[in-house]
Design a protein around this ligand. Structure first.
Ligand code: SF4
Length: 260
């Protein structure tokens, strides 16, 4: 992939990915994006599909600088026990290591001291501050020096994600952002998991289509949007944690809001 015009090159890559199946998409990404590739997984069901496909293609690597893809997760310290179970089960199933990026201790201690252990409920600003040190800052470390960032974002997950592209240049981070499941439906994800015996978080069977931190995720009711259980006490336009906007609290752009 040419880096002389990264925006055009990423758009071209997206067009090349469109007709391919998932395995071929990942193979092309590994071939065309030079440098370290990082896949950030929340261990949710879309990300489990990607982990499976990377493992089957022998593209799941330890450090992301050997032509394979580093698989990393943001361990916020507030995840569900079922999410840690999924983490363990996934490593065992595929013989891989999922690298953990954790919050800076001083930032966590300062937040809890000032706001309380669940102080993120006090205001949108406090919630964004919590997502900032638990997610956004560790994500920055995970992606530091990366040439490409793989995510499990799908266009069908929410209205904000409707324009999610297969590939796009992320000028703020200086890397190619790759969403190889962007055009998959939830039904296709579920079928893939079932047919390929992909390990998944058991909370998905208990009304949790989208799973994040335990205190900020609830089950959804029948007919509710997939992400209705995330930060349910906030207005819809405030419900992002900054992972896909580069800065905590920055405005959401289509296809660029929170992944986890
Ligand atoms: Fe904090 Fe909740 Fe954001 Fe997790 S989702 S980082 S607990 S505010």
């Amino acid at each position: 992939m040419s880096l002389t015009d990264p925006t055009t090159a990423a758009d071209d890559l997206g067009r090349s990915l469109a007709p391919l199946d998932l395995q071929d998409r990942l193979t092309l990404i590994a071939r065309e994006v030079p440098g370290r590739l990082v896949f950030t997984t929340s261990l949710g069901i879309e990300d489990q599909v990607l982990t499976h496909a990377l493992a089957m293609a022998k593209l799941a690597g330890a450090r992301g600088d050997d032509g394979r893809v580093e698989i990393a997760t943001l361990d916020t310290g507030r995840l569900f026990p079922e999410t840690y179970d999924t983490w363990v089960e996934t490593e065992a199933a595929y013989g891989i290591r999922i690298l953990a990026y954790v919050p800076e201790r001083a930032a966590e201690e300062a937040f809890v001291r000032a706001e309380g252990i669940n102080g993120f409920r006090r205001s949108v600003a406090a919630r964004q501050a919590c997502c900032g040190f638990r997610k956004v800052e560790p994500l920055g470390r995970a992606l530091h020096g990366a040439a490409g960032w793989l995510t499990g974002l799908r266009a069908g997950q929410s209205a904000n994600r409707a324009a999610t592209p297969l590939a796009a240049w992320d000028a703020e981070r200086g890397l190619v952002k790759l969403n190889p499941l962007a055009d998959w439906t939830r039904e296709r994800i579920d079928l893939f998991v079932r047919d390929n015996f992909v390990p998944y978080n058991t909370l998905h069977d208990k009304g949790f289509p989208s799973i994040g931190c335990a205190p900020c995720t609830r089950a959804v009711k029948v007919g509710e949007p997939e992400r209705a259980g995330r930060w349910w006490w906030e207005q819809e336009d405030k419900k992002e944690c900054g992972l896909h906007v580069g800065r905590p609290g920055a405005a959401v752009q289509p296809g660029r809001e929170a992944a986890v």
